[in-house]
Design a protein around this ligand. Structure first.
Ligand code: UDP
Length: 240
């Protein structure tokens, strides 16, 4: 059973358990998908039924953001902890590199996925890069054909939310892959074009603040975090 946080069900897993789920999908070529909603996405689900349906249909729903973890705690149903999408992807690639399995990098601006491929090959020796494609395309068809020709074990889908969640939900049946995950700006970080918060900031759960300082335009998105927390506290007070 999933843990409900404002209508979105989360899987209560550690990062290792999430990676085990993914490797099992890969062994069985399940073409399943992983989503990693943060409070902003949970908040958007209240008014975007297509997004909510996509999350519900995912094989794995991981809490990407300390806000979701706090929210679950306030509601009296604590989760084991935050599982950031980028950490999940890194750990999965580490495991896949040992067995010579492959990853396809899909999304971000032209050139970013190729740059990320070079960096990932250096970090995870043995990892096979099955292909790359940027995230600015008109039709799904040619992209799906390209992915299916490459038959990757793991497909990183980095189109930003909610595009990536809806894309995975509507194309799952057409894809010949092991597993895929919606990972937002992860390719930008792996490519080195966007910096991730230093470990000390991550440990203090201030990754969101680092991103805000780097990209102040994010304020319009991040304003949803207090709205999310007020709604959670309101539910708790009303005893729901
Ligand atoms: N992106 C894309 N296609 C689009 C819109 C966005 O490939 O049509 C990419 C964008 O270039 C960026 C990523 O999706 O690499 C979204 O990054 P962001 O940091 O906004 O995502 P978050 O991690 O916050 O969900």
């Amino acid at each position: 059973m999933r843990t409900d946080v404002l209508g979105v069900g989360f899987d209560d897993l550690t990062i290792d358990e999430a990676v085990s789920f993914a490797t099992e999908c890969i062994e069985n070529r399940r073409s399943d998908f992983v989503v990693t909603p943060n409070p902003e996405i949970v908040w958007r689900c209240r008014k975007e039924p297509e997004l909510k349906q996509a999350l519900t249909g995912a094989g794995l729903v991981l809490p990407d953001g300390i806000g979701v973890v706090y929210g679950a705690k306030i509601l009296g149903r604590p989760l084991k902890g935050k599982v950031a999408g980028i950490d999940f992807a890194a750990k999965l690639m580490e495991v896949l590199s040992v067995s010579g399995k492959s990853v396809f990098l899909f999304g971000s601006k032209p050139g970013v996925a190729k740059k990320a491929a070079e960096k990932l090959k250096e970090t995870y020796k043995g990892l096979v890069i099955a292909g790359t494609a940027d995230g600015y395309f008109r039709d799904d068809g040619p992209i799906i054909d390209q992915i299916n020709k490459a038959k990757p074990d793991f497909l990183m889908v980095c189109l930003g939310a909610p595009k990536q969640e809806c894309w995975m939900a509507s194309n799952k049946e057409k894809l010949d892959i092991g597993i895929m995950a919606g990972l937002g700006g992860s390719l930008d970080v792996f490519a080195g074009t966007v910096a991730r918060a230093p470990i000390s900031w991550q440990k203090l759960h201030l990754e969101w603040l680092f991103r805000l300082v780097k990209e102040p335009r994010r304020i319009t998105r991040m304003i949803k975090l207090p709205l999310f927390l007020f709604a959670v506290i309101g539910l708790r007070i009303r005893g729901k």
